[in-house]
Design a protein. Structure first.
Length: 288
């Protein structure tokens, strides 16, 4: 029998506790370490990412290898970036026998992803460290990497913002960015007891299928996100005032809104992606 087939599933309370003890590991709150102990959830992430043998997968924060093992078992070629310097030595042991896993020590916000993943399409799967969920998601989306699917475990409250529609309190710059680049769908509710230690918040697995072309066409992506950021920067103000306060040329705001057919007394949180696109294009057409 190959060594791989004899490896116990890490995703259980017993095995995880055993590994933590054996390596004398103390979990770091600062690094957002909450390790999964539910094999059903690991499988849920693997299924949501529609992993096929040979798929290239970037995992963020493998921890002690819980999700990594599930991905490797499904036949993925996994590249896992881990910031905690203590963990690569642990992973070398817990994932011994999987020749389809590569651990890259480092900070996901600093590593050169094209350098480690190359040009071919890949998927992202991760139980994210919650203290930097938004920066990680934004970095992955904005860089136009050849990602096809992004399946991540995030705080429920963040996922609700990612899928929010115009008009509600959850709708904001993150909703627009995620929906501009992807089609997000919440696929699993995950209670705190699925982790060691149990986090104080509820979690969900959210699957984001990356669109081949963004949801709306804009002349300048930079202007689109500038407008979006300004619109949500001061949520209590009318859109016209929020745009002025957010650094768009004051003298252009009224004209741009008129050209885009948007009532200046509306609030940013009521605009659809298509309306943001129209507004951004109106600004783009004006002298910079
Ligand atoms: N994948 C494991 C699991 O599901 O049990 C661990 C998930 S734990 C929520 C998040 C992991 O991300 C930890 O292993 C932590 O050390 C790692 N991490 C934190 N910040 C990171 C960063 N900036 N870059 C890469 N990994 C990071």
């Amino acid at each position: 029998m190959s060594e791989k087939a004899t490896q116990p599933k890490i995703a259980s309370r017993e095995v995880t506790t055993h590994i933590l003890k054996a390596f004398g590991l103390r979990m770091s709150k600062k690094l957002g370490q909450n390790f999964l102990i539910d094999a059903g959830i690991v499988q849920g992430i693997v299924d949501a990412a529609q992993i096929e043998p040979g798929d290239r997968v970037l995992e963020i924060g493998p921890g002690i290898g819980t999700l990594t093992q599930g991905l490797a078992e499904a036949g993925a070629d996994v590249t896992a970036v881990e910031l905690d310097k203590k963990l690569p030595a642990v992973l070398a042991e817990t994932l011994k026998g999987y020749d389809n896993v590569r651990i890259v020590p480092g900070d996901i916000l600093k590593v050169n992803i094209p350098e480690i993943m190359g040009d071919a399409p890949f998927k992202v799967a991760a139980n994210l460290p919650y203290y930097i969920t938004t920066p990680i998601l934004m970095a992955l989306l904005e860089r136009h990497l050849p990602i096809t699917h992004m399946v991540t475990m995030v705080q429920k409250e963040v996922a609700l913002r990612m899928v929010a529609q115009p008009g509600g309190k959850d709708y904001g710059a993150l909703s627009v960015a995620v929906q501009y680049y992807t089609e997000p769908e919440i696929v699993l509710d995950v209670p705190p007891r699925s982790f060691i230690p149990a986090p104080e918040v509820d979690s969900v697995v959210i699957a984001c299928k990356v669109r081949e072309t963004p949801a709306v066409t804009v002349q300048s992506e930079k202007m689109f996100f500038r407008v979006v950021k300004a619109a949500f920067g001061q949520r209590r103000k009318t859109l016209a005032n929020a745009l002025k306060g957010g650094g768009l040329p004051k003298e252009q705001v009224r004209d741009a809104m008129e050209q885009a057919g948007i009532d200046p007394t509306r609030r940013g949180e009521t605009l659809s992606l298509a309306e943001f696109a129209k507004l951004a294009d109106a600004f783009s057409a004006m002298p910079q």
